[in-house]
Design a protein around this ligand. Structure first.
Ligand code: PGA
Length: 255
């Protein structure tokens, strides 16, 4: 049985935002968090594109809103042109990093082994690894969604991870940016499955936060976040608007 887990609402800005917009958006979220004070029901994380991490970090100084990266290299610093090491994100004030997002698994050919290595690199620097998993539409239609997602978790999660350093984000590929979401029963079933797998794999696995991601918006956030094994959300498109993102934060249940 899992303990009661405080929800995490994470913003994935993807490849969006120039300096002015990024600063304004982060400042608007920080202002809402300040107004919410200790009544905030959820932890809040913003993952800007790499170019904005430093600036957003400065904007969030003194705020409870945390800072994260969208990807990191599996390597330590060295001759890897264009890549960003986990220690560099940490140096800018990040406490977490997304790894294995389906847009990277798809367009950059990231395998479970690569995602595993990236997560290990993040953990080695004390960053929380937010590992993304999710099935395609064809896999769901074929009835293999739980097998596919289960295999991704088992292949991507480092054995050294624990409930403090790992977050898993279930993001059906076909729900990302599409406006479509699985039924609430399908989300509940997948999260239950992931809880069971994580509890078997890691000593503290039952307490790993499992986020849902894929077309989360103000109009569906409350019903998704109320599902017992949903411990928060990873939000793409709706996180680019402070009002929408905050409505999702506000929908998180007090746990
Ligand atoms: P979306 O993206 O909210 O725009 O569907 C979620 C994600 O890809 O993390």
């Amino acid at each position: 049985m899992k303990s009661v887990l405080r929800p995490l609402i994470a913003a994935n800005w993807k490849m969006n935002g120039l300096k002015a917009e990024g600063t304004a958006l982060a400042a608007a979220v920080a202002a809402k968090a300040a107004a919410g004070g200790t009544a905030l029901a959820a932890d809040i994380l913003i993952c800007p594109p790499a170019t904005l991490v430093a600036l957003v970090g400065e904007t969030l100084a003194g705020s409870p809103v945390r800072l994260g990266g969208q990807d990191c290299s599996p390597q330590a610093p060295g001759a890897f042109t264009g890549d960003i090491a986990a220690v560099m994100l940490k140096d800018l004030g990040c406490s977490a990093v997304i790894v294995g997002h389906s847009e990277r698994r798809g367009s950059c050919g990231e395998t479970d082994a690569i995602v595993h290595a990236k997560a290990e690199a993040a953990l080695a620097e004390g960053l929380t690894a937010i590992i993304c998993v999710g099935e395609t539409a064809a896999e769901r239609d074929a009835g293999t969604a739980q097998d596919v997602v289960g295999a991704q978790v088992l292949g991507s999660v480092p054995e050294t991870a624990d409930a403090q350093t790992l977050v898993v984000a279930y993001e059906p590929v076909w729900a990302i940016g599409s406006g479509r979401i699985p039924t609430l029963d399908d989300i509940a079933a997948m999260h239950r499955h992931l809880r069971t797998l994580l509890a078997r794999k890691l000593a503290t696995g039952a307490d790993v936060r499992i986020l849902y991601g894929g077309s989360v918006k103000p109009s569906n956030a409350a019903e998704i976040l109320a599902i017992p094994d949903v411990d928060g959300a990873l939000v793409g498109g709706a996180s680019l608007n402070a009002e929408d993102f905050w409505a999702i934060v506000a929908a998180a249940p007090q746990r």
